[in-house]
Design a protein around this ligand. Structure first.
Ligand code: KG4
Ligand code: ZN
Length: 351
């Protein structure tokens, strides 16, 4: 089956074409025929995403991104050979989601190809459980830690498609905290890679500790998270102190350590409580090198393993949507183009 995946839920415009075969299991395999992502530099100067600006950029980028993906796949631009078009319907910013949906509706009618609605977070899960164009070997129950600009959630997966939310963030998402702390430190958006770069420098140079940030909710007996206080603590420090050379590096390291420790501590507790030995980590924050390294080491010590995508596929892309779309297309979960609509708060159990 050939599936086109379209992603526009935040500020990345992503389109990919895959060829996939087999059911969810050891006989599943896929090939990336074409893949293109266009990120929106316009948000850098504002320090965050402006939905209407993002919407305008998606509308402008979609035809170009489609053309790049189809050319790479050696497909006709007029009428490519396709079995389905998968498109993100939520969760995300509704004006942005609508641009992808409208584009998918037009293509579906023009090419006479059925549409599959996809949950963005399921896309993050699916791309994380792939290994070299196949499914990685693992057993259920598995835990999914989804950490992105809009979400921080710990989920128990008893089988493919069965999601039980154990906990989420009560305020800011982990990625949002990276972005806000970056802005406080006058670093550009998206803040994750910038903070990570400064923190790595502080570690490699063994810079002395400057401050101690809280580990919010770490020892509370639940799987909830809270990251807004961390951002406020950094703001308070920066407002009260004149930053010296290399202070930003030290703050970045302490902030990254705090986020990592909280995520890891709660995940390890869930590993024990639910007897899961596979942890699937997905979403933009899972591109973070320090978080990956800490998770890999501590999970191995506990006899569990981490499944995570190559870092370039941790942030939003069309490939993850094509993959999720494939499994729903297999079950013939198609939808009439006119019935598609954006669902900003879509839950994993709703698609
Ligand atoms: O999944 P994603 O691309 O978009 C959403 O669905 O939100 O995640 C974007 C988020 C941003 O907040 C960005 O700062 C964060 O992922 N991010 C990172 C890193 N790369 C991206 N956070 C920490 N470390 C990184 N290396
Ligand atoms: Zn995402």
């Amino acid at each position: 089956m050939k599936i086109l995946g379209i992603e526009t839920s935040a500020d990345d415009t992503g389109i990919a074409l895959i060829e996939a075969d087999g059911k969810f299991g050891s006989d599943f395999k896929f090939k990336i025929l074409g893949n293109a992502v266009s990120s929106q530099p316009v948000h850098a100067e504002y320090g965050g995403i402006y939905p209407n600006l993002a919407k305008r950029e998606h509308t402008k980028n979609l035809p170009e991104v489609l053309e790049t993906a189809l050319r790479e796949a050696g497909e006709s631009l007029e009428k490519p050979e396709l079995d389905a078009i998968a498109v993100t319907v939520g969760p995300g910013l509704e004006p942005c989601l609508w641009t992808g949906i409208t584009f998918a509706q037009e293509l579906s009618k023009k090419w006479n190809v059925p549409l599959v609605p996809v949950n963005h977070m399921e896309g993050h899960v699916l791309i994380s459980i792939m290994e070299k164009e196949k499914l990685a070997q693992f057993e259920f129950p598995a835990l999914a830690l989804l950490v992105s600009g809009g979400h921080t959630e710990l989920i128990l997966m008893k089988a493919f498609g069965q999601y039980e939310y154990l906990g989420r963030t009560r305020d800011d998402a982990a990625g949002e905290a990276f972005d806000k702390v970056a802005r406080t430190l006058s670093l550009p958006y998206p803040g994750g890679p910038e903070i990570s770069r400064l923190a790595a420098y502080a570690r490699s140079e063994k810079l002395p500790k400057l401050l101690t940030l809280p580990r919010p909710m770490m020892h509370e007996d639940n799987y909830e998270f809270s990251f807004a206080g961390l951002k406020t603590a950094v703001e308070r420090y920066v407002n009260a102190n004149e930053l010296q050379s290399l202070d930003r590096e030290k703050i970045a390291r302490e902030f990254e350590d705090a986020v990592t420790e909280v995520l890891l501590f709660k995940t390890l507790r869930a590993v024990e409580e639910y007897g899961a030995n596979t942890i699937v980590m997905g979403g933009g924050v899972s591109a973070n090198k320090h978080i990956r390294a800490e998770f890999t080491e501590k999970l191995e010590a506990q006899g569990a393993k981490l499944l995570v995508s190559p870092p370039e596929f941790s942030t939003d892309n069309g490939l993850m949507i094509a993959l999720a779309g494939y499994f729903h297309a297999l079950k013939k979960e198609f939808i009439e183009p006119n019935l598609l609509h954006a669902q900003g708060n879509l839950d994993l159990n709703q698609t």
